[in-house]
Structure formats: structure tokens, C-alpha cells
Design a protein around this ligand. Structure first.
Ligand SMILES: [Zn+2]
Length: 380
């Protein structure tokens, strides 16, 4: 049976077995700190621990199938509360208003994470875990569990409690809780910079290191879940330092870059001027056709297909990506079909490791000639 999204923790088998044994023998501390590299899966493991504590079994826990596990895996368990840094709310006057705004923001973010389990953390925008949030945690900790047997507070990137050193109530409210959690309450903190946590917090928690994953395992994740080609998956896995989160970020950046290159390529094609075509070709290096370049050609093909769809009145698969290209420009289906033909040839040449600049020049010339856009029009 497929496990609910957030219980499907990839890898970390030894650590999970160790934690499950500790829970079985009632040796699992009530205040835990998971530390390890950024993106290595700490918050996911924290949610997994929350399910472990609440799963009634029988058999190995968390079973992934009972009601408690299913709710936890969908981020809907009434006794599992996930906190993380949020942007500072604007224009909230008074502690009650602030608390309300923060809780609304947290609910909205949880909704997004529910919809996209491979979400990327917004580390720049979301900066703080505020006093108001720590007060909510305290309230939750001292309430009876709704479903039971235990409440679990997961606090991701717990070091975000520290930048308010001038205003340490949040940390203090949490300290009290960490020191003496109610008997039915577990608190799982995560941090990739445990040294930045207040020493008083560090001294109160059971520290558990989440190790980086073997490169092979990160690569397996990328080819399984994202359907990346093996060479591409290995390249990202090697750069990731054993962290799936970092690999996903790298892939996201690559995609952004590919999209930008591909859009320019299509723009140059539709523009038809030789200066624009030359400029587009010059953005490419003269070597390395099989890596990034092959991906850019793949994205270009996607854009051309979408434009072809639009030109025939059909919906595009990624309207946002092609909107600006299609706007204010008559799109001729014949032109686009010819361009798609030319891009297939370009992909074949890339596979044979031909100079990418030459491939682009050739692609633009072929696509323009076959489509009747005169090569020298508006030259210069
Ligand atoms: Zn279960």
C-alpha cells in the first residue's frame, strides 16, 4: 500500500529502525532535536516520529495504514502540530491580532505543503518563529489530545527562535515546555545549525543526528520520483552532498535556467532577425551538448508544443511559461510544426555531442528557412 505522502520518508532506514525501537522500549525522549544537513529530511522524519508516537499498531509502527497514520501523513492529524518560520506579519497590532495572523499564515502554508509534498522551503522570506507562535505551542501542549494518545509539536528550523535574542520570550516560553513537557506531549525540534540554538535549549533535548544519504540513494530518489535521466540524477546527487532537499533545489534552479534559455531561443526564432538569432546562439557554450543543453532543447520542445496548441485554439499545458511569448504575436501553426521538426534534429545532434552553438545556429536557420521567414530580414 502506498504510504500517505508525509510518512513516505525516503531512506534513513537505520535511523527509523532505531527510533522505532526506542519508542517500543519507551526510551524516546519527550524533547528531541533532529540535526543534520539542510534538506536531508529532518522535518519529514519529525512528522514520521509524530506518527510513530500516535500509531496504535499492531505490528511495526508507524503502520501507514491506520486512521492516525493516514491523517498524520496528510498533515491533518488533530494532535500533530507543525511549526516553522514564517514571514513577519504586516500591520498586526496587538498580540491577539498577531497570533491570529500567524496562525492563518501557518494554515495557508500547511495547505500548500499538503498539495505539494516536494515543496521547497522559502528560507529568505520566512524568517521567524515568533513569541506569538510559542504561546500557541504552549496552549496546545496543555490541552488534552483530541485523538490521542499524545500531542506532538514539530518545530522546523528551530534556530529561527534565536534571532529575537533581544526579545527572548519565544525561546523562554519554549524552554519551560522543553524542560517539563506534559506527560502526553512530545516536542521534536529540527535544525541544520544546532550551534545557533540557545545552549539552554540544547541542554534540554535528546539530540539525534540525521546523516547525509549515500549519493546512490539521492540519485535513486531523483530518477524514481522526478523521472530524471540516470546521468542527470547522478550529477545532481553528487552536488547535493547527500541531501534530497538540496538536490530538489538544484533541479529547480536548473529548470529555471533552462526555461530562460529556451524562452530566448523561441523568442529569437519568432523574431526572425539574424541579429536576434546570433545573440541567442552566443548564449550557449561550444561544448557539453549532452547535459544542460539537452535539457534546454527538451524545454524548448515543450514551449513549441504549447505554442502550437495555442495557435490552434487548444489550451497550453503550461500557460504561464508561454503566455509572454504568445502575446501580441500571430502564431502560424505551420511555422511551429516546422520548428518542432527542427528541434527533433537538434536533439539528435546534441545526443551525438555536436557543438551546441552550431546546433542552435543550424536550428534557427532551418526553422526560419522552412517557415519562410527570410534569413536576412531586418538584418542588423
Ligand atoms: Zn498507524
Amino acid at each position: 500500500m502506498a504510504e500517505p505522502a508525509y510518512l513516505d520518508v525516503f531512506g534513513h532506514e537505520d535511523l527509523k529502525a532505531r527510533l522505532a525501537r526506542a519508542a517500543e522500549n519507551r526510551r524516546l525522549g519527550q524533547s528531541i532535536l533532529l540535526h543534520g544537513h539542510r534538506g536531508v529530511g529532518k522535518q519529514r522524519l519529525a512528522l514520521w516520529i509524530a506518527a510513530l508516537i500516535n500509531c496504535p499498531g499492531p505490528g511495526s509502527r508507524p503502520c501507514g495504514a491506520c486512521r492516525s497514520c493516514r491523517l498524520a501523513g496528510r498533515l491533518q492529524h488533530p494532535d500533530v502540530h507543525w511549526f516553522f518560520p514564517l514571514p513577519r506579519p504586516k500591520g498586526a497590532s496587538g498580540p491577539d491580532r498577531l497570533r491570529k495572523k500567524l496562525e492563518d499564515q501557518r494554515a495557508a502554508e500547511l495547505e500548500e505543503r499538503r498539495a505539494n509534498p516536494l515543496y521547497l522551503d522559502d528560507e529568505e522570506g520566512a524568517t521567524g518563529i515568533y513569541v506569538a507562535a510559542a504561546q500557541v505551542m504552549r496552549q496546545l501542549a496543555y490541552k488534552a489530545p483530541a485523538m490521542g494518545p499524545a500531542k506532538v509539536l514539530v518545530i522546523g528550523r528551530a534556530e529561527a527562535l534565536v534571532p529575537q535574542a533581544a526579545n527572548p520570550e519565544a525561546a523562554n516560553a519554549l524552554l519551560k515546555l522543553l524542560e517539563e513537557p506534559p506527560a502526553d506531549t512530545w516536542i521534536v525540534l529540527t535544525s541544520d545549525v544546532p550551534g545557533a540554538l540557545l545552549p539552554t535549549i540544547r541542554s534540554r533535548v535528546q539530540a539525534v543526528r540525521v546523516p547525509p544519504m549515500p549519493t546512490e540513494q539521492v540519485a535513486a530518489f531523483l530518477s524514481d520520483r522526478l523521472d530524471l535521466a540516470p546521468a542527470e540524477a547522478h550529477r545532481l546527487a553528487r552536488l547535493s552532498g547527500g541531501s534530497i532537499g538540496v538536490a530538489l533545489e538544484l533541479q529547480d534552479a536548473d529548470q529555471d535556467e533552462s526555461r530562460s534559455f529556451a524562452s530566448d531561443l523561441v523568442r529569437a526564432l519568432l523574431d526572425g532577425r539574424s541579429a536576434a538569432r546570433l545573440a541567442a546562439a552566443h548564449r550557449f557554450r561550444s561544448t557539453g551538448a549532452r547535459g544542460n543543453f539537452a535539457r534546454i532543447l527538451g524545454v524548448t520542445r515543450g514551449i513549441l508544443r504549447d505554442l502550437l496548441a495555442i495557435s490552434t485554439g487548444a489550451p497550453a499545458s503550461d500557460p504561464e511559461a508561454v503566455g509572454s511569448l504568445a502575446r501580441g504575436r500571430p502564431l502560424d501553426p505551420e511555422t511551429l510544426v516546422a520548428a518542432l521538426d527542427a528541434i527533433e534534429d537538434a536533439r539528435e545532434l546534441a545526443d551525438r555531442n555536436i557543438n551546441p552553438q552550431l546546433i542552435v545556429v543550424n536550428f534557427l536557420r532551418r526553422a526560419s528557412v522552412t517557415t519562410g521567414v527570410p534569413a536576412g530580414r531586418h538584418a542588423g
